[in-house]
Design a protein around this ligand. Structure first.
Ligand SMILES: O=C(O)C[C@H](Nc1ncnc2c1ncn2[C@@H]1O[C@H](COP(=O)(O)O)[C@@H](O)[C@H]1O)C(=O)O
Length: 608
């Protein structure tokens, strides 16, 4: 049960070639053909490279001589977590396997079985179809059992049939007919399995159900967990002052919590979008007009039946379709997940930066290695893993969302501009196909995009859990209460401290470091001072502050001296004199504290 398209050991001959750069040109492919291949997803690169590889046996032999490695290991290899080409099915299986019941080949067959059976039952409920009488309780239970009891052996049986039919949906139909042959009631209506259907009627409904199941059961709950964790960071550290860095330079202070709240807010908004996307379905036959249905039973209102059926599966009805469900909702869904993932990349990079600045310390685990050569290091590998996987996920999901809504005819128009060789291929396709199957193989990669997303969410969560915030001790040097609201927490990394004494050492050592840090940025008060001066009509406030601060060393004394000389009301002056970089945080603390109410967490809301 793999998340990526299956590559059996025997089909992965010449595996070594899969690492060949995709730009490598082969004699087998004219350049113009290479232009036609859209290599935007890793899995498709592999498929295409396999084709290129077939013509490259000679270079394999050369490679063998150079490396001294035997090239043909593939003969001995069986598919396992060590030989899987897709890391989701190998290295990361344990972290993503919950997706497999939905997103694998097994999952697809399972849902096809469900749809075919439900359609047969629907036929039995249409009064005009007298040939399929209402099923008895026993027959219904028998059919339900085929759905509920669907097993790996059943899936293998379907695959066995597919090896003969070379048609994956027909294989499911034959499997069901075989299974029901012995049932006295159902055996009489076997030909009403897949009645008037085209394969896409079964496929599109299965794909929608697979996606809905995977999102509701696995993806959305983990997204929620992640948003909750970031919200917790926001509220817990709502009042921890932090220097902002616009353009990487010290800027007006904020709080760490408020910066986290931004991410929680953004992620939550995208998550909400995802849960509001309507999953569409169709069951309108080979070209979307109920042609076969009407030919057999002209008296039935088939569009109505189709709508009833699609909605009974918990999906929205799409009434205007060609053969395929047009995949627009999928494009929207994958785009939204890409957007969610992009926000998370932003989060990962920011937290990575904060770790690097020493704002966070990461907990260590006995036995774990940070760097193979620099023993002191605790690398932010979880955030790096998350960012990397989000990139892979977005590559896949972006391709799905841009490719799926396009059918053969639009592609033909585009390709006409490419070159004449392409044109002749496309013309051939136009003449010979009423629909193309490019979506079929691409759709098998939904699990790849979702799997890498899931892995990235889990890595980010793991990274967050490892972040350690060290509470400043009450014993810290005085003066703190003047500028820090309680409870005060601040974190910082000290890469070189002795682990066992970490808390004791940090409380003291970093109190000094913290004070020094704050004293370094008194220039950030230039903004509030010049703004208060504007209020009280002091001429050229900006210019005066600029003269005082820009490119100069500014400290508490020089700032205070400047304020003392200002011709502004006493209250305003006192308030400015009391201000410190740490307290100049605006509404950041309140914004962070209120994040839960502000974003109206959609935790647990599922796609209906
Ligand atoms: O109801 C139909 O089948 C109508 C037919 N259109 C098809 N619709 C859906 N599936 C079809 C279609 N045609 C083939 N196949 C089967 O799809 C499978 C494609 O395999 P892959 O490229 O690995 O995804 C692979 O198993 C194919 O056999 C048409 O002629 O319009």
């Amino acid at each position: 049960m793999e998340l990526g398209p299956t590559f059996s050991a025997s089909s992965v001959n010449k595996t070594m070639f899969l690492s060949a750069p995709i730009t490598q040109k082969s004699n087998l492919f004219p350049n113009s053909w290479l232009n036609l291949l859209n290599f935007s997803s890793p899995t498709r690169k592999i498929c295409s490279c396999r084709a290129i590889a077939k013509g490259s046996i000679n270079s394999l032999k050369i490679q063998e001589k150079v490396t001294g490695m035997s090239s043909d290991h593939s003969q001995d290899l069986e598919l396992s977590s060590l030989t899987a080409l897709c890391p989701l099915d190998g290295r990361y299986w344990g972290k993503v396997k919950e997706l497999a019941p939905f997103m694998s080949e097994y999952g697809l067959i399972r849902f096809r079985i469900l749809v075919e059976i439900k359609w047969l039952i629907k036929m039995s409920q249409i009064p005009q179809i007298v040939e399929v009488p209402i099923f008895s309780e026993g027959a219904l239970a028998f059919l339900q059992d085929l759905i509920d009891g669907f097993s790996m052996n059943d899936a293998l049986e379907v695959k066995k049939i597919e090896r003969v039919t070379n048609h994956d949906v027909k294989a499911v139909e034959y499997f069901l007919k075989q299974r029901c042959q012995s049932h006295p009631e159902i055996s009489k209506v076997l030909e009403f399995f897949h009645f008037a259907c085209t394969s896409e009627d079964i496929n599109n409904l299965s794909h929608a159900l697979m996606l809905k199941g995977a999102l509701n059961t696995v993806i959305l709950p983990v997204m929620d967990e992640l948003i909750r964790a970031i919200c917790d960071m926001a509220t817990t550290h709502s009042s921890v002052p932090m220097l902002s860095r616009t353009h990487g330079q010290p800027a007006s202070p904020t709080t760490l919590g408020k910066e986290m709240a931004i991410f929680a807010y953004r992620l939550n908004r995208e998550r909400k979008e995802i849960s509001q996307i309507e999953m569409l379905g169709k069951v309108a036959g080979a070209v979307g007009n109920y042609n076969a249905h009407i030919a057999a039973y002209p008296e039935i209102n088939w569009p109505e039946i189709a709508e009833e059926f699609v909605t009974s599966l918990g999906l929205e009805f799409n009434p205007y379709v060609p053969q395929i469900e047009t995949h627009d909702y999928m494009a929207k869904l994958f785009h939204s997940i890409v957007q969610f993932n992009n926000i998370l990349v932003d989060f990962d990079r920011d937290v990575w930066g904060y770790i690097s600045l020493g704002y966070f310390k990461q907990t260590t685990k006995a036995g774990e290695i940070g760097s193979s050569t620099m023993p002191h290091k605790v690398n932010p590998i979880d955030f790096e893993n998350s960012e990397g996987n989000l990139g892979v996920a977005n590559g896949d999901l972006s391709h799905l969302s841009t490719k799926l809504p396009i059918s053969r005819w639009q592609i033909a128009t585009e390709l006409e501009h490419v070159n004449l060789r392409a044109l002749s291929l496309v013309r051939w396709l136009q003449l010979h196909l009423v629909r193309d199957l490019t979506d079929s193989t691409v759709l098998r990669n939904m699990g790849v995009g979702l799997g890498h997303s899931l892995l990235a969410y889990r890595s980010a969560l793991q990274g967050i859990q490892k972040l350690q915030w060290i509470e400043l001790r009450d014993t810290c040097a005085g003066g703190r209460d003047a500028w820090l609201p309680n409870p005060i927490k601040f974190s910082f990394s000290i890469l070189s401290v002795i682990e066992e004494n970490v808390n004791a050492v940090l409380g003291e050592v970093n109190e000094a470091a913290l004070a020094e840090d704050l004293d370094k940025t008194w220039e950030v008060l230039a903004e509030p001072i010049q703004t208060v001066m504007r209020r009280y009509g002091v001429p050229e406030p900006y210019e005066k502050l600029k003269e005082l601060t820009r490119g100069r060393t500014v400290n508490k004394e020089s700032i205070r001296e400047f304020i003392q000389k200002l011709d502004i009301p006493v209250d305003a002056k006192t308030s400015l004199l009391n201000m410190r970089p740490h307290s100049y945080i605006g509404a950041a603390a309140e914004l962070a504290k209120n994040v839960n109410e502000a974003i109206n967490l959609v935790n647990g809301v599922q796609i209906l």
